[in-house]
Design a binder for this molecule. Sequence first.
Ligand SMILES: [Zn+2]
Length: 235
Amino acid sequence: MICQYRDMADVAVRRVDFGYFVRPAQETGSGQPRVEPCLGYVVDHPRGMLLFDTGMGSHPEVDAHYRPHRAGLREALAAVGAQTSDLSLAANCHLHFDHCGGNPLLGAIPVYVQGAELDAARRTPDYTLPELVENSRFEPVTGQVEVLAGVFLMPTPGHTGGHQSLIVRRADGAVILAGQSHDTATQYAADQLSWRAHRDSHSQPLPDIPNWIDALQQLDPRIVYFAHDRSVWTP
Ligand SMILES: [Zn+2]
């Protein structure tokens, strides 16, 4: 284990900017539209480069609704000095159109997704853009799975039933790519503080939180990144 953790110190995580979209006022609850970033992450592991989320798909109705300002997969990777041929594997936090848009450009590169999420995407009308699902080389998994030494997927359901996060264990703690487990780092911070109050056996009532917050916090996260927020959570 010690040896593995020494390896992990070499694992760098780079943010990939896939552009932004405008969430219409009727979906924000604030009476105002909101511009949201679309972010993925490259994990530079000694045994292979992993891409977590692949950007926004395109469809006339979706584009009219969300008005995306899109950076395609190749362009977005190039901006961080990478290209698709550098990738060994990929994963999607979930399969809505704004997380798997570049999947069809990955060719034979396997894309790890929770099986429950893939089932939902295949069976639920209007779940996502069907061509993105049909043209991906999915590697369905169930539960927590190590995909590279010290790098593993963990189910973090909520936004969708099959949502997953990616954990990168490093000598100095874990880097967590939380996708859309929370829309914002602030929401994660609220749940983390509630988790702390539960742990302290603070008097009830306390807010309900997802049960996987405990599993994430046990990993000693040093930083938590999100798909739709440039802000991050740190302890
Ligand atoms: Zn999203």
